[in-house]
Design a protein around this ligand. Structure first.
Ligand code: F6P
Ligand code: MN
Length: 309
């Protein structure tokens, strides 16, 4: 019987000629997320046996995940700057002796959807890897993006600009290749919408009615990472967090959430816009800038453009 050897993340990156330092950085990030995953499990186990770990303490996990990222990246010779959704300003993690190798900057949303932890729903970490320094008001310099989904399985979705790939954390603690070159369908059949309906704009309302009339199935958990992951892996469709009457930029953040996810989805053959413009063409003016988003299969995103123009 032929034995199939699983390809681990490190081997995959080197087989795909990903540049040495970038490879090592991705590996460090994967180890960091593995650690965050164990922290989530630990907190959930404590919560399960004695409810005396308060919901508030669970929410504190996003602060813990933030500190874990900062500490790990301080020890990583390849990171110049780190911007975290949990921090107001860019954290410079460059240590003097590292300066020669520090050629990347990263953005992290350390624990997206942390309010779902106490109800045992899936959460995630979202990471963007930029060449050089993080620059605002300029075209993005993302060269790779990844997210880790902490669900029944811990999975890592990665793109270094050469397709989008899925890895699964196996019982031995290795991320192994589960799906190479994910290809989304041109048109899907599920939709996932954030935001309160009574605050939708007329154009958005009409667009959603169109999808409903066509028979799209609603699938929404309230966690950005699992919701987008479902669109990516389950036959395509659309995720949106729209502009709202009282929040014209919606809720989600360009640098920490939307641009890395758009990079990943585009690399799988999908698309992402703010209603009009491609998310990856937007030059954020501020670190925490928000934007509406329509992301998923090309057909649904183009249709959104027709309705929202
Ligand atoms: O960014 C945080 C987040 O929890 C996302 O994971 C999710 O898509 C969104 O906010 C949900 O927001 P709300 O429930 O406030 O509409
Ligand atoms: Mn978030």
């Amino acid at each position: 019987m032929e034995r199939i050897t699983a390809v681990d993340l490190r081997t995959f990156l080197s087989n795909n000629n990903v540049e040495h330092n970038l490879r090592r950085l991705i590996h460090q990030i994967a180890i960091t997320c593995k650690y965050i995953s164990s922290k989530i499990n630990e907190a959930n186990r404590k919560y399960a046996v004695s409810k005396n770990v308060s919901g508030e303490q669970q929410l504190e996990l996003d602060k813990a995940a933030d500190q874990i990222f900062i500490k790990r990246m301080e020890c990583c010779a390849y990171v110049k700057q780190l911007a975290s959704e949990e921090q107001d300003e860019i954290v410079s993690v460059l240590l003097p002796e590292q300066s020669n190798n520090a050629e990347y900057s990263i953005t992290v949303d350390p624990l997206d959807g942390s309010s779902l932890i106490d109800v045992n729903l899936a959460v995630g970490s979202i990471i963007g890897i930029h060449k050089g320094e993080l620059c605002l008001k300029n075209e993005h310099n993302l060269i790779a993006a990844m997210y880790v989904l902490y669900g029944p399985l811990t999975t890592l979705i990665l793109s270094t600009g050469n397709g989008t790939h899925e890895f699964v954390l196996n019982p031995e603690g290795e991320f192994v290749l589960a799906c190479e070159n994910i290809k989304m369908k041109e048109k899907g059949n599920i939709y996932s919408i954030g935001g309160v309906k009574k605050e939708w704009t007329e154009k958005h309302k009409r667009y959603i009615e169109h999808l409903e009339d066509e028979g799209y199935k609603l699938r929404y958990s309230g966690g950005l990472v699992p919701d987008v992951n479902q669109i990516l892996l389950k036959n395509g469709g659309l995720f949106t967090y729209p502009a709202l009457i009282n929040a014209k930029n919606g809720k989600l953040r360009l640098l920490f959430e939307l641009q890395p996810l758009s990079f990943i989805i585009e690399q799988a053959g999908g698309a992402a816009i703010d209603g009009k413009n491609r998310i990856l063409d937007i030059k954020p003016e501020t670190l925490h800038q928000r934007s509406p988003i329509y992301i998923g299969s090309k057909h649904e995103v183009n249709l959104a453009k027709d309705y929202l123009m």
